[in-house]
Write a protein that binds this ligand. Structure first.
Ligand SMILES: [Zn+2]
Length: 466
């Protein structure tokens, strides 16, 4: 059975067919790193991580790319307000992002490209668009000539004429047409800038994703994903840029997650209901937050409240208790010879059902219902007079397997032994020597998760248990 994905482009569920056998090329629009992320940003991080995990579970090799927008108006504003360099702010919030989503069980992307590290590719992409007549320079800015791309509007299902009637040229605009959008911005006094054929300046927002998707994944990718609010204009503009430039179809499947509301209201700073993921993971068990986020299918809106989170916790505990009771029984009973194959069949049936639900556009809500069915069955089985080790193991393994697909861990983490800590510290030292900073950071984070605190001194790295 194929995995079916709702494609925003066609407004239909379609069976997934990879460009390359066994591989998924997936690009997810990441955060602008000028602040801690709010829970609205945590949702795409969790749901698309789950999509990735499910593909991996089904045997695909997923090349997962998530970008960081590390220069834009918001970052420049934050830099002026805080009196701190744009790069320093970006570095700080990229680290915070990785920590916060890491706590929520989100795996690191294969590539985490940053705008400032891909400036050459971005500039040459813009130049390519100018050369083909899809873009033009105007007084130090460069704009995309939207009307030159006749399929503009195909993702958000709007016609160019409709879009045009709603927009007009502002006074002082350098654009030829109101629908044209910025690819390159002329430098303003005191801003961070890069040299380009059009003078010093910096890129617009949309162009980064087209340039980085091409560099890391190629002209055509399998899946492009992001929040629903990115459909227009961001993703529409990405399609126009990429397809005009590359002459190939850009992404085959477009996935968008729904909004998050707080107490049935839209989250906004002015309403004072703005919740940072950074604060939330400190107050609540991150596993429960993740479980809660997955309790609704990703395309639907989700409502968040303390009450609902409490409910998620008790649901999560029900699953966890059943799992632990199964484990406990396994340790306390001897293996019986009696045949209980009907129970083994039953357990296998839940796995099949779970896969069926996830194949249906990653319906985690229904997949979690299957976990509850498994929980009920486990509790029922534990009431049998005689239990069999084989059946107990089948339950135990299926609990671990299915929650693992959702990025949730039921097993209590065992404490690391001193030798294991020392070995990881040695590996980190080697990784840093080889300039493999990603691995070095990963080890530091892993140790941090296990409550091991590192202190780098001139005599080497010391550690203690936190
Ligand atoms: Zn993007």
């Amino acid at each position: 059975m194929a995995i079916n994905i709702y494609n925003t482009l066609t407004r239909k569920k379609e069976p997934f067919q990879p460009l390359e056998e066994g591989k998924v090329k997936m690009y997810v629009c990441g955060p602008t790193v000028y602040n801690y992320i709010h829970i609205g940003n945590a949702r795409p991080a969790i749901v698309f991580d789950t999509v990735r995990r499910y593909f991996e579970y089904r045997g695909y090799d997923v090349h997962y790319v998530l970008n960081f927008t590390d220069v834009d108006d918001k970052l420049i504003k934050a830099s002026n307000e805080m009196g701190e360099g744009v790069t320093d702010i970006a570095n700080r919030f990229i680290t915070a992002y990785k920590e916060d989503v890491g706590a929520l069980g989100v795996k690191e992307a294969v590539d985490h490209p940053r705008v400032t590290e891909n400036m050459d590719e971005i500039i040459s992409f813009i130049q390519g668009l100018i050369d083909k007549g899809f873009a033009y320079e105007a007084g130090g800015d460069v704009y995309f000539r939207t009307r030159s791309f006749d399929q503009y509007g195909k993702l958000s299902h709007q016609s160019i004429d409709e879009l045009r009637s709603g927009s007009r040229i502002e006074v002082g605009d350098k654009k030829e047409d109101p629908l044209d959008f910025t690819l390159w911005k002329d430098a303003k006094e005191g801003e961070i800038t890069w040299e380009s054929p059009w003078g010093s300046g910096r890129p617009g927002w949309h162009i980064e994703c087209s340039a980085m998707a091409k560099k890391y994944l190629g002209d055509t990718i399998d899946i492009h994903a992001g929040g629903q609010d990115l459909t227009f204009p961001h993703h529409e503009n990405e399609i126009a840029q990429s397809e005009a430039h590359n002459g190939e179809s850009f992404a085959r499947y477009w996935m968008h997650n729904g909004y998050i509301n707080i107490d049935n209201e839209k989250m906004s700073k002015s309403l004072g209901n703005f919740i940072l993921a950074h604060d939330l993971v400190k107050k609540h068990d991150p596993q429960v937050i993740r479980f809660f986020m997955l309790s609704v299918q990703y395309r639907h809106p989700i409502n968040f409240s303390d009450e609902l989170l409490k409910g998620a916790k008790s649901s999560f505990d029900r699953i966890k208790n059943a799992y632990e009771n199964i484990q406990h029984r396994k340790n306390s009973t001897m293996s019986l010879k009696e045949d209980q194959s009907e129970w083994l069949d039953k357990v296998a049936g839940y796995k099949e059902q779970f896969i069926k639900e996830m194949d249906d556009d990653f319906n985690t809500a229904n997949a979690i219902s299957v976990l509850f069915d498994l929980t009920k069955a486990a509790n029922l089985y534990l009431q049998e007079e005689q239990t069999h080790e084989k059946v107990l193991t089948a339950f135990e393994e299926l609990f671990e397997e299915l929650t693992g697909v959702l990025g949730i861990q039921l097993q209590a983490q065992e404490e690391l032994l001193d030798e294991e800590v020392d070995a990881l510290i040695e590996e980190r030292k080697q990784a840093r020597k080889n300039r493999d900073f990603a691995r070095a950071d990963e080890i530091r984070d892993e140790l941090k998760d296990r409550s091991i605190i590192l202190e780098d001194t001139s005599q080497g790295t010391r550690w203690k248990r936190g």
